[in-house]
Design a protein around this ligand. Structure first.
Ligand code: FAD
Length: 393
């Protein structure tokens, strides 16, 4: 088996790096925002995405009939990981989640309206599945979508909707049938500035905002129902497989680990070179091995996902997300352990070891093991779908 990228892929990777050298300026790319670096929340970040679009790098794997190039998923992987490594905005939500789901299940009208905007970097989305009583058990969502003439009327609440405070459109699940659980859920697209939608910010442990969103008699026309009424949960499950992979990238963990390794190479412990301390060496060697496992699990997902049109591989997505996000926490622990007392300094403190990344990564890496489905839920999926063990809830 050949694990090396092809010559063509290596050339693409070099092209992406050269692009980033030129365009990933500090106002657009910031690794200290951790995984929130991926969101496109400022005019500068929007302009950056527009440049990616002009290069033809948005929707590369999509079918040609929808403006794509039918390239293999590995191209998007290389691009997204390179963006993530620099703390630049990423292609995840629009191209990877909403676009791919619309291609598989959306009406011609929705495809025509949204796919060109996604490829043209003209639209940002927020994703609304979670509610106060429906997080891990997303199928328990209670936001009510009542059928009325020509559409639906939505009332209720979502929570933890990241990006709702700047997005243009809301990709949202709601209950169209209270007598059925999974088959009672439908998926809708709603303009974020729609009358009756109220967004309230929720600060997180990782410094950035997520949001609560309240629906007060929000009318959505039939045209903005995604796919079939009652099939929303199936689409959401597929979209979550994509989210678990595209929005929880590997390269930032690798990049942080490289900073820790540099610290070990150059630092001292009790006036002796840190690199000679056996416990430190073992910690670092183990993390480096685990980083390689996370990288390969990611490539395994890309391989299993194949081209767009294939159903996303659920077990591979969960295995990757579980391992990669927990590894990120182990790297954060190592940052705090190895940087010494200075590791307690807040991120962006002048002269803090590792620029205060220990503090930030430690706080933020909690979020990554929760968003997109908590680690326990990933384990449940692997146990049930991968190993055929019985359902536990
Ligand atoms: C910063 C942030 C951003 C987010 N962004 C979004 C977003 O944009 N859109 C969106 O829809 N959601 C978003 N989420 C929500 C996220 O998907 C949920 O927080 C997550 O699914 C967990 O749900 P919960 O918070 O309700 O916790 P709960 O479901 O109440 O879980 C609490 C704990 O119990 C465990 N648990 C629950 N059920 C089981 C079980 N059956 N077996 C074993 N253990 C279990 C969980 O693993 C967890 O540890 C975001 C969350 C955060 C923190």
């Amino acid at each position: 088996m050949d694990f090396e990228f092809s010559e063509e892929l290596q050339a693409f990777s070099r092209e992406v790096e050269a692009f980033l050298d030129e365009h990933a300026t500090p106002d657009v790319a910031d690794v200290l925002r951790e995984n929130m670096a991926q969101i496109v929340d400022t005019p500068e970040r929007r302009a950056f995405m527009k440049k990616l679009s002009e290069r033809g790098w948005l929707g590369m794997t999509w079918p040609k009939e929808h403006g794509g190039q039918e390239k293999e998923g590995i191209y998007e992987y290389v691009l997204n990981e390179a963006l993530a490594r620099r703390g630049a905005p990423q292609i995840g939500k629009g191209v990877g989640i909403i676009g791919k789901t619309l291609i598989r299940h959306g009406s011609d009208k929705l495809k025509k309206e949204f796919l060109p905007q996604i490829i043209g970097a003209e639209v940002e989305f927020a994703v609304g599945y979670s509610e106060p009583n429906a997080g891990s058990d997303a199928a328990n969502m209670q936001l009510r979508a009542e059928k009325v003439d020509g559409g639906y009327r939505l009332n209720g609440q979502k929570t933890w909707t990241t990006s709702a405070h700047f997005a243009d459109w809301y990709w949202v699940g709601a209950r169209t049938d209270a007598t059925k659980k999974h088959d009672g859920i439908s998926l809708f697209l709603i303009p974020m500035d729609h009358e009756g939608l109220e967004v309230r910010g929720l600060p997180t442990i990782g410094d950035e905002l997520t949001n609560e969103v309240f629906f007060n008699d929000v009318f959505v026309s039939d045209d903005y129902l995604v796919g079939q009424e009652g099939s929303g949960f199936r689409y959401i499950s597929e979209a979550l497989d994509l989210e678990r992979f595209t929005m929880f990238t590997y390269s930032p963990t690798e990049q942080r680990l490289e900073e820790v390794i540099d610290l070990v190479r150059e630092g001292t412990l009790d006036d002796a070179p840190r690199r000679e301390d056996p416990v430190t060496r073992q910690t670092i060697a183990r993390l480096a091995t685990e980083a390689e496992v996370a990288r390969v699990l990611g490539l395994r997902f890309v391989h299993a996902a194949g081209r767009v049109g294939a159903k996303p591989p659920t077990v591979e997505a969960s295995e990757y997300k579980l391992f990669a996000t927990q590894l990120s926490q182990r790297v954060a622990n190592a940052m705090l352990d190895l940087a010494g007392p200075g590791a307690q300094l807040r991120v962006r403190t002048e002269d803090a070891p590792l620029r205060g990344r220990g503090d930030m990564t430690y706080r933020y890496s909690v979020i990554d093991t929760i968003g997109g489905g908590a680690s326990e839920i990933q384990k449940n999926i692997i146990a049930r779908r991968g190993l055929g063990l019985p359902k536990n809830f």
